[in-house]
Design a protein around this ligand. Structure first.
Ligand code: PGA
Length: 339
């Protein structure tokens, strides 16, 4: 049980944060409430945040104002949202049958030694597709879940080399990454493709981990908010904000991935908070519940400070997930934080 306070969202408007929303499950979380409408103040504030003064903010805002009528919320309430941290490993194009066997064994043993406390977090492994079946069998009796690193947006057919969401489920996966920056930059995936993949995952009952983040040039040009705003708004436009009731977001500054450079906890928190504010402008309950992971050179030594940030709900780990000791150390930091 982890008290990640969402008090800061109270300042976003007069939305009610409902205490009954304080539970999440691994396969998503149930929200038992009426949909919250963004207030007029939120709509105005969104125009003032400079999300993307030219395009994206206008799109998000017009989506918001066209779809919902701002209305006053009559009974302001207060609650603390519990978001279960997720520690996810992205093996990328690494791994072998032997490595998968020994890493899963070590991880299961590590989590066993953490006892009941281990259930405070969710652990996810995203091996290459060739190892998905094996990893899923190895973790079958544990709290660990597994998923793919990508899916095709289509369900089946003559698409040589591709795998579909239902194939991932068939192999024992429960999650999939979508829109990892390496897919975006090396394989030309656009925001729209990522949105369609997000939708395909959810249609098949696979939890998408939607990766977003800015390049170094974009950060230097102070475009971070504009970029993540554009990436989120493409998904909202295509699938509706409701997808974030089930989807997980991974904020991964591209300049920090595999480089050894990490966003400072403050830099990461600032962007995570901004992302949550974007969601809050759509629906405060969705913002309150959505897990936003940080990715980009997360290691055992920087994980505690990153995971301590209010709006950081776990990590998507590349390099350090290939070493069971390092990956478990990050899990242990998350367990500790969640105490
Ligand atoms: P890294 O990778 O931890 O090696 O920086 C993160 C990722 O690409 O998901």
């Amino acid at each position: 049980m982890h008290p990640k306070s969402t008090d800061h969202l109270q300042g976003m408007g007069k939305n009610i944060l409902n205490p009954t929303l304080a539970r999440q499950r691994f396969m998503g979380f149930a929200l038992h409430t009426d949909r919250m409408m963004p207030s007029r103040e939120i709509c105005i504030r969104r125009l003032q945040t400079g999300i993307n003064p030219i395009k994206s903010a206008a799109k998000i805002d017009s989506a918001c104002t066209n779809r919902y009528y701002p209305r006053p919320i009559s009974s302001p309430n207060h609650s603390v949202r519990m978001r279960t941290p997720v520690i996810a490993g992205n093996w990328k194009m690494n791994g072998s049958v032997e490595m998968a066997r020994s890493l899963c064994g070590d991880l299961i043993e590590g989590l066993r030694t953490a006892g009941d406390n281990a259930s405070r977090i969710e652990v996810l492994l995203c091996p290459p597709a060739t190892l998905l079946g094996q990893v899923s069998r190895a973790i079958a009796d544990s709290q660990i879940r597994c998923g793919s690193q990508d899916i095709d947006e289509r369900e089946s057919g003559a698409f040589t080399g591709q795998i579909s969401a239902s194939m991932v489920i068939d192999a024992g996966g429960t999650h999939t990454l979508v829109g990892h920056s390496e897919r975006r930059t090396l394989f030309g995936e656009t925001d729209e493709v990522v949105a369609r993949k997000t939708s395909a995952a959810l249609r098949a009952n696979l939890t998408p981990v939607v990766c977003i983040g800015e390049t170094r040039e974009e950060r230097e040009a102070e475009q971070t908010n504009a970029v993540v705003g554009r990436q989120i708004s493409a998904i909202v436009r295509h699938c509706g904000a409701d997808v974030f009731r089930n989807a997980i977001i991974a904020y991964e500054p591209v300049w920090a991935i595999g480089t050894g450079l990490t966003a400072t906890p403050e830099q990461a928190q600032e962007t995570h908070r901004f992302i949550r504010q974007l969601l809050a402008a759509e629906d405060s309950a969705i913002a309150e519940g959505c897990r936003i992971l940080y990715g980009g050179s997360m290691k055992p030594d920087n994980a505690p400070d990153l995971l301590a940030q209010t709006d950081i709900d776990g990590g998507l780990i590349g390099g350090a997930s290939l070493n069971s000791k390092d990956f478990f150390a990050i899990c242990a930091a998350a367990i500790e934080q969640a105490a």
